[in-house]
Design a protein around this ligand. Sequence first.
Ligand code: PA5
Length: 434
Amino acid sequence: MSDVSILTGNCKGFVSGKELKAVSKAIALIHNVLQKKECPGSDFTGWLDLPSTIPGQLIKDIEQTALNIRDNCDVFLSLGIGGSYLGARAAIEFIKPNFSNEFRDEKPKVYFAGHNLCADYLHDLCALIKNKRVIVNVISKSGTTTETAVVFRIIMQYLEKAYGKKGLKDKIICTTDAAKGALRRFAEQGGYKTFIIPDDVGGRFSVLTPVGLLPIAAAGIDIRAVLKGARDFEKKCGNPGIGKNPAYKYAAIRHVLYKKGKNIEILSGFHPALHYLGEWCKQLYGESEGKEGKGIFPAACEFTTDLHSLGQLIQEGQRNIFETFLVLEKSAAKFSVPKFKEDIDGLNYLAGKDIEFVNRKAYEATAAAHYEGGVPNMTITIPRRSAYHLGQLFYFFEKTIAMSGLLDGVNPFTQPGVEAYKKKMFKLLGKPGA
Ligand code: PA5
Protein backbone atom coordinates (compact mmCIF):
# COMPACT_ATOMS: atom_id res chain seq x y z
CA MET A 1 0.00 0.00 0.00
CA SER A 2 1.48 3.36 -0.93
CA ASP A 3 1.93 6.14 1.60
CA VAL A 4 0.96 9.78 1.80
CA SER A 5 3.77 11.58 -0.02
CA ILE A 6 4.87 15.02 -1.15
CA LEU A 7 5.77 16.36 -4.59
CA THR A 8 7.85 19.53 -4.74
CA GLY A 9 8.75 19.93 -8.45
CA ASN A 10 6.74 23.13 -8.73
CA CYS A 11 9.06 24.90 -6.30
CA LYS A 12 11.94 24.78 -8.79
CA GLY A 13 13.32 28.25 -9.31
CA PHE A 14 11.93 29.38 -5.95
CA VAL A 15 13.94 27.09 -3.69
CA SER A 16 17.54 26.22 -4.50
CA GLY A 17 19.50 23.11 -3.59
CA LYS A 18 21.86 25.28 -1.56
CA GLU A 19 19.01 26.74 0.49
CA LEU A 20 17.58 23.29 1.10
CA LYS A 21 20.97 22.03 2.24
CA ALA A 22 21.28 24.84 4.75
CA VAL A 23 17.82 24.32 6.15
CA SER A 24 18.34 20.53 6.32
CA LYS A 25 21.30 21.13 8.63
CA ALA A 26 19.12 23.22 10.92
CA ILE A 27 16.42 20.55 10.78
CA ALA A 28 18.86 17.81 11.78
CA LEU A 29 19.90 19.82 14.85
CA ILE A 30 16.34 20.64 15.87
CA HIS A 31 15.31 17.02 15.24
CA ASN A 32 17.65 15.88 18.00
CA VAL A 33 16.05 18.08 20.62
CA LEU A 34 12.51 17.52 19.36
CA GLN A 35 12.79 13.72 19.45
CA LYS A 36 14.26 13.86 22.94
CA LYS A 37 11.46 16.22 23.95
CA GLU A 38 14.00 18.85 24.94
CA CYS A 39 12.88 21.58 22.56
CA PRO A 40 11.05 24.79 23.53
CA GLY A 41 7.57 23.78 24.69
CA SER A 42 8.78 20.27 25.55
CA ASP A 43 5.98 19.96 28.14
CA PHE A 44 3.57 19.66 25.21
CA THR A 45 5.31 17.07 23.08
CA GLY A 46 3.24 14.10 24.23
CA TRP A 47 1.71 13.84 20.73
CA LEU A 48 5.10 12.79 19.33
CA ASP A 49 4.83 9.18 20.44
CA LEU A 50 1.07 8.94 21.04
CA PRO A 51 0.47 6.49 18.18
CA SER A 52 3.02 4.00 19.51
CA THR A 53 2.29 4.46 23.20
CA ILE A 54 -1.48 4.72 23.44
CA PRO A 55 -2.52 2.02 25.92
CA GLY A 56 -4.43 -0.95 24.47
CA GLN A 57 -6.89 -0.67 27.35
CA LEU A 58 -7.76 2.87 26.35
CA ILE A 59 -8.38 1.83 22.74
CA LYS A 60 -10.71 -0.92 24.00
CA ASP A 61 -12.53 1.52 26.27
CA ILE A 62 -13.05 3.95 23.40
CA GLU A 63 -14.25 1.18 21.09
CA GLN A 64 -16.62 -0.21 23.72
CA THR A 65 -18.03 3.23 24.48
CA ALA A 66 -18.44 3.88 20.75
CA LEU A 67 -20.33 0.60 20.32
CA ASN A 68 -22.60 1.59 23.16
CA ILE A 69 -23.19 4.97 21.53
CA ARG A 70 -23.95 3.36 18.16
CA ASP A 71 -26.42 0.93 19.75
CA ASN A 72 -28.21 3.43 21.95
CA CYS A 73 -28.72 6.71 20.14
CA ASP A 74 -29.95 8.21 16.92
CA VAL A 75 -27.89 11.37 17.32
CA PHE A 76 -24.35 11.67 18.61
CA LEU A 77 -23.58 15.24 19.50
CA SER A 78 -19.96 16.30 19.80
CA LEU A 79 -19.45 19.59 21.64
CA GLY A 80 -16.12 21.38 21.45
CA ILE A 81 -14.14 24.08 19.66
CA GLY A 82 -10.67 24.43 18.10
CA GLY A 83 -8.56 21.40 18.87
CA SER A 84 -11.49 19.86 20.72
CA TYR A 85 -13.58 19.86 17.56
CA LEU A 86 -11.75 20.11 14.25
CA GLY A 87 -9.84 16.81 14.24
CA ALA A 88 -12.93 14.66 14.72
CA ARG A 89 -14.85 16.62 12.11
CA ALA A 90 -11.95 16.40 9.66
CA ALA A 91 -11.75 12.63 10.17
CA ILE A 92 -15.45 11.98 9.86
CA GLU A 93 -15.81 14.07 6.72
CA PHE A 94 -12.68 12.52 5.23
CA ILE A 95 -13.86 8.95 5.71
CA LYS A 96 -17.65 8.90 5.65
CA PRO A 97 -19.67 9.31 2.45
CA ASN A 98 -20.60 12.88 1.53
CA PHE A 99 -24.02 13.74 3.00
CA SER A 100 -23.82 10.72 5.33
CA ASN A 101 -26.14 12.32 7.90
CA GLU A 102 -28.79 12.55 5.20
CA PHE A 103 -28.85 8.82 4.59
CA ARG A 104 -31.83 7.17 6.25
CA ASP A 105 -29.84 4.17 7.49
CA GLU A 106 -27.01 6.23 8.97
CA LYS A 107 -26.96 5.66 12.71
CA PRO A 108 -26.06 7.61 14.69
CA LYS A 109 -26.18 10.89 12.84
CA VAL A 110 -23.18 12.90 14.02
CA TYR A 111 -23.54 16.61 14.64
CA PHE A 112 -21.17 19.20 16.06
CA ALA A 113 -21.86 22.19 18.30
CA GLY A 114 -20.03 24.26 20.89
CA HIS A 115 -17.86 25.79 18.17
CA ASN A 116 -19.95 28.93 17.76
CA LEU A 117 -22.27 31.15 19.76
CA CYS A 118 -25.05 31.35 17.22
CA ALA A 119 -28.62 31.20 18.54
CA ASP A 120 -30.02 30.18 15.16
CA TYR A 121 -27.57 27.30 14.88
CA LEU A 122 -28.60 26.03 18.31
CA HIS A 123 -32.26 26.55 17.68
CA ASP A 124 -32.09 24.58 14.46
CA LEU A 125 -29.97 21.88 16.07
CA CYS A 126 -32.50 21.47 18.89
CA ALA A 127 -35.29 21.24 16.31
CA LEU A 128 -33.28 18.63 14.43
CA ILE A 129 -32.69 16.40 17.44
CA LYS A 130 -36.18 16.73 18.91
CA ASN A 131 -37.63 13.35 19.90
CA LYS A 132 -34.39 11.63 18.94
CA ARG A 133 -32.29 9.53 21.28
CA VAL A 134 -29.23 11.70 21.90
CA ILE A 135 -25.82 11.04 23.43
CA VAL A 136 -23.52 14.00 24.02
CA ASN A 137 -19.74 14.02 24.18
CA VAL A 138 -18.57 17.31 25.65
CA ILE A 139 -14.90 17.90 24.97
CA SER A 140 -12.80 20.60 26.61
CA LYS A 141 -9.28 20.32 27.94
CA SER A 142 -9.48 23.44 30.06
CA GLY A 143 -13.10 22.67 30.90
CA THR A 144 -13.83 26.37 30.88
CA THR A 145 -14.09 27.35 27.21
CA THR A 146 -17.06 29.71 26.97
CA GLU A 147 -18.47 28.60 23.61
CA THR A 148 -18.51 24.93 24.56
CA ALA A 149 -19.65 25.50 28.16
CA VAL A 150 -22.56 27.78 27.21
CA VAL A 151 -23.79 25.40 24.54
CA PHE A 152 -23.41 22.45 26.91
CA ARG A 153 -25.71 24.18 29.40
CA ILE A 154 -28.34 24.60 26.73
CA ILE A 155 -28.05 21.01 25.55
CA MET A 156 -28.13 19.79 29.19
CA GLN A 157 -31.33 21.68 29.77
CA TYR A 158 -32.74 20.18 26.63
CA LEU A 159 -31.74 16.65 27.65
CA GLU A 160 -33.04 17.12 31.16
CA LYS A 161 -36.45 18.01 29.79
CA ALA A 162 -36.40 14.93 27.62
CA TYR A 163 -34.97 12.37 30.05
CA GLY A 164 -35.23 13.90 33.53
CA LYS A 165 -32.18 14.52 35.73
CA LYS A 166 -31.70 10.84 36.52
CA GLY A 167 -31.91 9.86 32.89
CA LEU A 168 -28.87 11.97 32.02
CA LYS A 169 -26.29 9.58 33.41
CA ASP A 170 -25.81 7.50 30.28
CA LYS A 171 -26.41 10.39 27.90
CA ILE A 172 -23.29 12.41 28.68
CA ILE A 173 -19.62 11.60 28.18
CA CYS A 174 -16.99 14.15 29.23
CA THR A 175 -13.52 14.34 27.67
CA THR A 176 -11.33 16.64 29.73
CA ASP A 177 -8.27 17.07 31.93
CA ALA A 178 -7.48 14.32 34.45
CA ALA A 179 -7.87 16.58 37.45
CA LYS A 180 -8.46 20.26 36.68
CA GLY A 181 -11.29 22.39 35.38
CA ALA A 182 -15.02 22.84 35.68
CA LEU A 183 -15.86 20.00 33.32
CA ARG A 184 -13.86 17.55 35.43
CA ARG A 185 -15.72 18.71 38.57
CA PHE A 186 -19.03 18.51 36.77
CA ALA A 187 -18.32 14.97 35.54
CA GLU A 188 -17.30 13.80 38.98
CA GLN A 189 -20.33 15.31 40.64
CA GLY A 190 -22.70 13.78 38.13
CA GLY A 191 -20.86 10.46 37.91
CA TYR A 192 -20.57 10.72 34.12
CA LYS A 193 -18.30 8.59 31.99
CA THR A 194 -15.05 10.46 31.33
CA PHE A 195 -12.03 10.27 29.08
CA ILE A 196 -8.76 12.01 29.87
CA ILE A 197 -6.83 14.43 27.67
CA PRO A 198 -3.16 13.91 28.54
CA ASP A 199 -1.40 16.84 30.21
CA ASP A 200 1.39 16.89 27.67
CA VAL A 201 -0.82 17.08 24.58
CA GLY A 202 -2.16 20.49 23.55
CA GLY A 203 -5.60 20.96 21.98
CA ARG A 204 -4.60 21.15 18.33
CA PHE A 205 -2.33 18.10 18.66
CA SER A 206 -4.98 16.01 20.44
CA VAL A 207 -6.83 14.29 17.60
CA LEU A 208 -5.20 10.93 18.42
CA THR A 209 -6.35 11.08 22.05
CA PRO A 210 -9.97 10.42 23.11
CA VAL A 211 -10.69 14.00 21.96
CA GLY A 212 -10.71 12.80 18.38
CA LEU A 213 -10.80 9.04 18.73
CA LEU A 214 -14.13 8.74 20.54
CA PRO A 215 -16.22 10.76 18.04
CA ILE A 216 -14.34 9.08 15.18
CA ALA A 217 -15.14 5.62 16.57
CA ALA A 218 -18.73 6.66 17.33
CA ALA A 219 -19.09 7.49 13.63
CA GLY A 220 -18.14 3.89 12.88
CA ILE A 221 -14.57 4.50 11.73
CA ASP A 222 -11.83 1.97 12.50
CA ILE A 223 -9.61 3.83 14.99
CA ARG A 224 -7.06 1.01 15.03
CA ALA A 225 -6.46 1.65 11.33
CA VAL A 226 -6.12 5.40 12.01
CA LEU A 227 -3.59 4.67 14.76
CA LYS A 228 -1.70 2.20 12.58
CA GLY A 229 -1.31 4.86 9.87
CA ALA A 230 -0.14 7.37 12.47
CA ARG A 231 2.26 4.83 13.98
CA ASP A 232 3.81 4.08 10.59
CA PHE A 233 4.29 7.82 10.09
CA GLU A 234 5.65 8.28 13.59
CA LYS A 235 8.41 5.99 12.34
CA LYS A 236 8.80 7.49 8.87
CA CYS A 237 8.73 11.07 10.16
CA GLY A 238 11.22 10.08 12.87
CA ASN A 239 13.98 10.24 10.21
CA PRO A 240 16.29 13.23 10.62
CA GLY A 241 16.96 13.71 6.88
CA ILE A 242 14.59 15.57 4.57
CA GLY A 243 15.17 12.95 1.86
CA LYS A 244 13.48 10.25 3.91
CA ASN A 245 11.10 12.31 6.00
CA PRO A 246 8.21 13.88 4.05
CA ALA A 247 7.22 16.10 6.98
CA TYR A 248 10.69 17.60 7.17
CA LYS A 249 10.84 18.03 3.40
CA TYR A 250 7.60 19.98 3.56
CA ALA A 251 8.80 22.01 6.58
CA ALA A 252 12.09 22.79 4.84
CA ILE A 253 10.47 24.13 1.69
CA ARG A 254 7.83 26.08 3.64
CA HIS A 255 10.64 27.68 5.61
CA VAL A 256 12.69 28.72 2.57
CA LEU A 257 9.61 30.12 0.82
CA TYR A 258 8.57 32.03 3.96
CA LYS A 259 12.01 33.58 4.29
CA LYS A 260 11.60 34.82 0.72
CA GLY A 261 8.38 36.64 1.48
CA LYS A 262 5.85 33.92 0.70
CA ASN A 263 3.92 34.45 3.89
CA ILE A 264 0.55 33.02 2.86
CA GLU A 265 0.03 29.30 2.32
CA ILE A 266 -3.12 28.11 0.63
CA LEU A 267 -4.01 24.49 1.30
CA SER A 268 -6.26 23.36 -1.51
CA GLY A 269 -8.07 20.08 -1.86
CA PHE A 270 -9.91 18.95 -4.95
CA HIS A 271 -12.50 16.94 -3.01
CA PRO A 272 -15.19 18.22 -0.62
CA ALA A 273 -14.30 15.39 1.77
CA LEU A 274 -10.99 17.15 2.42
CA HIS A 275 -12.59 20.44 3.43
CA TYR A 276 -12.32 19.96 7.18
CA LEU A 277 -8.84 18.52 6.92
CA GLY A 278 -7.96 21.97 5.57
CA GLU A 279 -9.79 23.59 8.49
CA TRP A 280 -7.94 21.39 10.97
CA CYS A 281 -4.62 22.33 9.31
CA LYS A 282 -5.52 26.02 9.52
CA GLN A 283 -5.76 25.81 13.31
CA LEU A 284 -2.71 23.57 13.65
CA TYR A 285 -0.58 25.87 11.50
CA GLY A 286 -1.99 29.23 12.60
CA GLU A 287 -1.81 28.68 16.36
CA SER A 288 1.57 26.96 16.18
CA GLU A 289 3.43 29.45 14.00
CA GLY A 290 1.61 32.77 14.34
CA LYS A 291 3.33 34.53 17.22
CA GLU A 292 6.07 37.03 18.04
CA GLY A 293 5.32 38.88 14.79
CA LYS A 294 6.07 35.75 12.76
CA GLY A 295 4.20 33.04 10.93
CA ILE A 296 2.78 31.95 7.61
CA PHE A 297 -0.91 32.79 7.27
CA PRO A 298 -2.69 29.51 6.49
CA ALA A 299 -5.69 29.65 4.22
CA ALA A 300 -7.73 26.75 2.90
CA CYS A 301 -9.54 26.51 -0.40
CA GLU A 302 -11.75 23.96 -2.02
CA PHE A 303 -10.95 23.48 -5.69
CA THR A 304 -12.22 23.56 -8.30
CA THR A 305 -14.99 25.54 -6.51
CA ASP A 306 -12.69 28.32 -5.31
CA LEU A 307 -10.90 28.59 -8.63
CA HIS A 308 -14.06 30.43 -9.60
CA SER A 309 -13.75 32.83 -6.67
CA LEU A 310 -10.12 33.12 -5.55
CA GLY A 311 -8.44 31.78 -8.67
CA GLN A 312 -7.96 35.27 -10.10
CA LEU A 313 -6.17 36.54 -7.01
CA ILE A 314 -3.98 33.46 -6.75
CA GLN A 315 -3.00 33.70 -10.41
CA GLU A 316 -2.34 37.42 -10.60
CA GLY A 317 -2.53 39.05 -7.17
CA GLN A 318 0.33 39.85 -4.79
CA ARG A 319 3.14 37.32 -5.17
CA ASN A 320 3.34 36.46 -1.46
CA ILE A 321 1.51 33.13 -1.78
CA PHE A 322 2.53 29.52 -2.03
CA GLU A 323 0.17 26.60 -2.34
CA THR A 324 -0.06 23.10 -1.00
CA PHE A 325 -2.46 20.89 -2.90
CA LEU A 326 -4.13 17.94 -1.23
CA VAL A 327 -4.75 15.42 -3.96
CA LEU A 328 -6.48 12.06 -3.72
CA GLU A 329 -4.94 9.42 -5.93
CA LYS A 330 -8.11 7.40 -6.15
CA SER A 331 -11.76 8.04 -5.47
CA ALA A 332 -13.89 5.12 -4.35
CA ALA A 333 -16.57 5.73 -6.97
CA LYS A 334 -16.47 5.77 -10.75
CA PHE A 335 -18.63 8.26 -12.59
CA SER A 336 -18.23 8.82 -16.27
CA VAL A 337 -19.39 11.65 -18.50
CA PRO A 338 -22.34 10.47 -20.62
CA LYS A 339 -22.39 10.68 -24.42
CA PHE A 340 -25.25 12.73 -25.90
CA LYS A 341 -26.36 12.22 -29.48
CA GLU A 342 -26.78 15.94 -29.93
CA ASP A 343 -23.55 17.43 -28.70
CA ILE A 344 -25.06 20.86 -27.97
CA ASP A 345 -22.72 21.62 -25.06
CA GLY A 346 -19.73 20.29 -27.02
CA LEU A 347 -18.79 17.88 -24.24
CA ASN A 348 -18.79 14.67 -26.23
CA TYR A 349 -15.01 14.90 -26.37
CA LEU A 350 -15.14 13.91 -22.71
CA ALA A 351 -17.75 11.16 -23.14
CA GLY A 352 -16.75 7.96 -21.38
CA LYS A 353 -14.06 9.74 -19.36
CA ASP A 354 -14.29 9.45 -15.61
CA ILE A 355 -15.04 12.63 -13.62
CA GLU A 356 -11.95 11.75 -11.60
CA PHE A 357 -9.86 12.06 -14.77
CA VAL A 358 -11.33 15.51 -15.43
CA ASN A 359 -10.66 16.51 -11.80
CA ARG A 360 -7.09 15.26 -12.11
CA LYS A 361 -6.51 17.35 -15.20
CA ALA A 362 -8.00 20.36 -13.40
CA TYR A 363 -5.45 19.88 -10.62
CA GLU A 364 -2.53 19.43 -13.03
CA ALA A 365 -3.59 22.52 -14.97
CA THR A 366 -4.02 24.58 -11.79
CA ALA A 367 -0.63 23.55 -10.42
CA ALA A 368 1.07 24.44 -13.72
CA ALA A 369 -0.78 27.74 -14.23
CA HIS A 370 -0.18 28.96 -10.69
CA TYR A 371 3.48 27.97 -10.87
CA GLU A 372 3.89 29.90 -14.10
CA GLY A 373 2.06 32.81 -12.46
CA GLY A 374 4.66 32.97 -9.70
CA VAL A 375 3.02 30.77 -7.08
CA PRO A 376 5.32 27.91 -6.09
CA ASN A 377 3.37 24.84 -5.09
CA MET A 378 3.67 21.44 -3.53
CA THR A 379 1.32 18.47 -3.67
CA ILE A 380 0.50 16.12 -0.86
CA THR A 381 -0.67 12.93 -2.48
CA ILE A 382 -3.20 10.87 -0.55
CA PRO A 383 -3.60 7.33 -1.88
CA ARG A 384 -7.19 6.84 -0.67
CA ARG A 385 -9.76 8.16 1.75
CA SER A 386 -8.95 5.35 4.17
CA ALA A 387 -8.64 5.39 7.95
CA TYR A 388 -5.04 4.23 7.58
CA HIS A 389 -4.05 7.14 5.34
CA LEU A 390 -5.92 9.57 7.56
CA GLY A 391 -3.68 8.48 10.46
CA GLN A 392 -0.63 9.12 8.27
CA LEU A 393 -1.93 12.57 7.40
CA PHE A 394 -2.60 13.60 10.99
CA TYR A 395 0.88 12.66 12.08
CA PHE A 396 2.53 14.12 8.98
CA PHE A 397 0.94 17.55 9.48
CA GLU A 398 1.68 17.61 13.23
CA LYS A 399 5.33 16.78 12.69
CA THR A 400 5.62 19.30 9.87
CA ILE A 401 4.28 22.14 11.92
CA ALA A 402 6.29 21.33 15.03
CA MET A 403 9.45 21.46 12.92
CA SER A 404 8.29 24.58 11.06
CA GLY A 405 7.66 26.53 14.26
CA LEU A 406 10.96 25.47 15.78
CA LEU A 407 12.81 26.40 12.57
CA ASP A 408 11.26 29.83 12.83
CA GLY A 409 12.42 30.16 16.44
CA VAL A 410 9.00 30.08 18.11
CA ASN A 411 7.49 27.67 20.59
CA PRO A 412 4.93 25.88 18.42
CA PHE A 413 2.99 24.47 21.35
CA THR A 414 1.60 27.64 22.93
CA GLN A 415 -1.24 29.95 21.91
CA PRO A 416 -0.99 32.99 24.22
CA GLY A 417 -2.66 35.26 21.66
CA VAL A 418 -5.94 33.36 21.90
CA GLU A 419 -6.50 34.87 25.35
CA ALA A 420 -6.71 38.48 24.13
CA TYR A 421 -10.23 38.35 22.71
CA LYS A 422 -11.39 36.26 25.66
CA LYS A 423 -10.27 38.90 28.17
CA LYS A 424 -12.11 41.63 26.31
CA MET A 425 -15.18 39.47 25.83
CA PHE A 426 -15.33 38.59 29.55
CA LYS A 427 -15.10 42.27 30.39
CA LEU A 428 -17.90 43.13 27.98
CA LEU A 429 -20.00 40.27 29.32
CA GLY A 430 -19.47 41.45 32.90
CA LYS A 431 -17.78 38.27 34.09
CA PRO A 432 -16.96 38.66 37.80
CA GLY A 433 -13.28 39.49 38.24
CA ALA A 434 -12.70 40.25 34.56
O1 PA5 B 1 -5.15 24.45 20.41
C1 PA5 B 1 -5.70 24.87 21.41
O2 PA5 B 1 -5.23 24.64 22.52
C2 PA5 B 1 -7.03 25.61 21.37
O3 PA5 B 1 -7.45 25.93 20.12
C3 PA5 B 1 -8.10 24.76 22.04
O4 PA5 B 1 -8.17 23.54 21.38
C4 PA5 B 1 -9.46 25.41 22.04
O5 PA5 B 1 -9.38 26.73 22.51
C5 PA5 B 1 -10.42 24.62 22.92
O6 PA5 B 1 -9.93 24.52 24.21
P1 PA5 B 1 -10.53 23.55 25.30
O7 PA5 B 1 -10.31 22.16 24.84
O8 PA5 B 1 -9.80 23.86 26.54
O9 PA5 B 1 -12.00 23.85 25.41
